[in-house]
Design a protein around this ligand. Sequence first.
Ligand SMILES: [Zn+2]
Length: 427
Amino acid sequence: MPLKKFNQILSRWRQLPKRHRRVLFSLVVIVIVALCWSPSSNLSGEVNLPHGEQADSSSDDFVSNSPEMKPASDAQVPDSEYTIVSGDTLGGIFAKLGLSQTQMRNILESDQTQALDTLNPGDKLRFWRDQNNLTRFQVYFNPGYYVDFNLLEDGSYDSKVIRLEGVWKQRVVSGEIKGSLYLSARKLGLTPAQIEQIGQMFKDKINFSRELRSGDPFKVVIEDQFVKGQSTGENNLLAVQIINQGRHFNAFLFDNGKYYDEKGQSLTRAFLRYPTKRHYRISSPFNLHRRHPVTGRIMPHYGTDFACPVGTKIMATGDGVVTRVIRHPYAGLYIVIRHGSTYITRYLHLSKSYVHRGQPVKRGQVIALSGSTGRVTGPHLHYEFRINNRPVNPMSAKIPMAAAVSRKDMPEFKKNVEKLLAVMAKS
Ligand SMILES: [Zn+2]
C-alpha cells in the first residue's frame, strides 16, 4: 500500500469519534479471526494430507517448460480416451481417431516408448488435441503409473514416465481352511496370483494338499497402493500366517523383497551345517574307505562323528518328519528324519529321544540328547546326511544352507515383525 494512502486512512481514522473507532476495530478483529478459521485458508487441511498424496499432486500437474504447449489447467482432462482391446494396434487406433501416422511415428521416436510394448487389454490411451495436432498423448496403466508424451515445436515428442508413490494402506484378510487353501483364500477375495505366491512361500514348509486340515486358521496382511484415493491395483503381501494343526507358519516380507519366518530365517528348504549349537571336535570324519576302529575291517564311515559329551542337546538340522526312533545293537538309540523327498538325516548313539515316529520337526528343534549307546569306543554323535539316500559328507556336501536376515538388518526386521504380528492378532 502506498505510504500516502496509508497516511490518509490513518488521519481519517483519527477524526472518527472514539465510540465509532472501537466498533470498527472490533469488526476488523472479527473479520481477521474469521478469515484465519475459514477452510479457504486451507492450511491445516493440506498439512494433514499423507506425504505421498501431497507429493504426487504436484508432480501430476504436468507443467511444461515449452511455451507452445497447452497450459497445465487444460491438461488434466483428455479430449479423448481409448481402452485397449485384444487385437488393437497403435496404427489402427490412431487411424480410427483421425490422427496422422506421422504423429504416431514421432511418438514412437521419443525416448520412453518401452511402455508401449507392455500395453495390455484394459490399459488406456489418452489424447489431448488442438485441432489435428496431438499436443499430448498418455499411456495410462493406473493412477500411479503412466507415460506422458508432449508435443514440441519441431513436431517431435518429449516423453517421461510418471510413477506416483501415493499411499499404501494395510488390511488383514483372515479365515479358515475349508477345502483347499486356494478355494478358502479365493472366497476371502485373494487373487489367484496372491494365492500362488503364498503357495511358493511355504512350499518347503507345508504340504498343502496333504497336511492342511479343515479349520486351520490363516491370516494375510496385504498393502494396497492408492493414488489420490484410487486403487492402482498394485499390492504386496506383507505377512502370511498359517496355523496347521497347532504349528505356526509365518512369512514376513523384508526390504530385500524376500520372505523370512518370525526369527528372520529363510523359508526355503535349508539346513544347519551342525546338529549341535556348539561345534564339537570331529573325532571321525566322513570316509568311504575307513578302517573300522573296533573290528579293524575296511568299512565306510557314512557320517561325521562329533566328540560331544553325553547329554548334549541334538537339533534337527532341517524341517522334516521323524520316520524312525529305534534301538539298534550297533547304532544304539537313533533317529531318522526325512526332509521332503530328497534329503534324510540320521542321528546315532543317542541317550534320549524327545520325538516319536511321524512327528513333524522344525530346523533347530531339539530332538534328542547325545550318548554312547550301541557299538562305540566313547560318547559321540554320529550324524549322517543323505541325498537321494546316498550318504554325503555332512561337513562339505552342497546342501541348501539356511539364510537369515543379516545381523545388521535384524533389529529393523524384528521391529517390523512385531508390528505385523500385532496387526494380525487384532483381527
Ligand atoms: Zn560314526
